[in-house]
Design a protein around this ligand. Structure first.
Ligand SMILES: CSCCC(=O)C(=O)COP(=O)(O)O
Ligand code: MG
Length: 239
């Protein structure tokens, strides 16, 4: 099915929408996993690391004096369960930023993604990202891609820290307020129907990505228009 939408903002999920799930769960998670403990130990004076560690201790009900080994055991379990905890995402984001800067990581997108993003941007649509990955991780991942540095395509970045959980309508309300656009001028693209439900409850347009061989390829997208690729999407900028 092909879909046409007129909007001012396109808000994009990352995993399963722009990149293969394996790019996150294998490439990025495998990079972060052995580095979490050493990263915590190497950055005791970084306020973001200290706050993340305090949040992990509280959320996992660890003793207040829990050591890095106990904390890392929790973080590995959260990663195995793909729990999108903000504290975990903060630490992952810092580690990935370091990896991208070192040239150890490069983001690879589905083939239809970068041409579509460039077309929409050239048409005057404004692009934003809403991912469970931290804003630090988002910017780092767009800075080193197989298509070069794509950061200039994006006008705004949202994560679970500055917007909230992706399955909660309140998060989309917070983004709407930040974008200063009426909800009907915003379209959200995601592979996860529960995220689309939350966006639709806020009055946004929604677009489901049922990409072949991805976890949500056969999902029920209900009333959300769904496509298998951005090649089947026509977005026009409203004036
Ligand atoms: C390059 S950002 C890292 C992506 C990430 O950590 C993640 O959990 C992806 O979640 P999404 O909300 O984009 O599905
Ligand atoms: Mg996704």
């Amino acid at each position: 099915m092909s879909t046409t939408v007129a909007a001012r903002w396109v808000v994009l999920d990352i995993e399963g929408t722009l990149t293969a799930t394996s790019q996150v769960h294998e490439v990025l998670y495998d990079y972060a996993r052995p580095r979490l403990g050493p990263w915590i130990d190497a950055h005791p004076d970084d306020p973001a690391v200290a706050a993340a560690v305090a949040d992990i201790i509280r959320e996992a009900d660890l003793p207040a004096d829990a050591g890095t080994e106990q904390i890392t055991t929790v973080l590995h379990a959260w990663m195995d369960a793909d729990r999108k905890a903000t504290a975990l995402k903060t630490l992952q984001g810092q580690i990935w930023q370091d990896g991208y800067t070192r040239g150890a990581l490069t983001t690879d997108y589905f083939p239809d993604v970068v041409p579509a993003l460039r077309t929409w941007h050239d048409r005057g649509l404004q692009l934003a990202v809403f991912s469970s990955g931290s804003v630090t991780a988002q910017r780092a991942s767009f800075s080193h891609t197989t298509h070069g540095d794509l950061r200039e395509l994006f006008d705004a970045h949202f994560d679970t820290a500055n917007a909230g959980p992706k399955r909660e309508p309140d998060s989309y309300r917070a983004i709407t307020a930040h974008l200063q656009a009426p909800p009907e001028q915003i379209v959200f693209c995601s592979d996860v129907p529960a995220e689309l439900d939350a966006a639709a409850a806020t009055g946004w347009h929604t677009l489901g990505l049922a990409r072949p061989a991805e976890p949500f390829a056969d999902a029920d997208f209900g009333d959300h228009p769904a496509v298998t690729s951005f090649d089947d999407v026509h977005l026009e900028a409203t004036r």
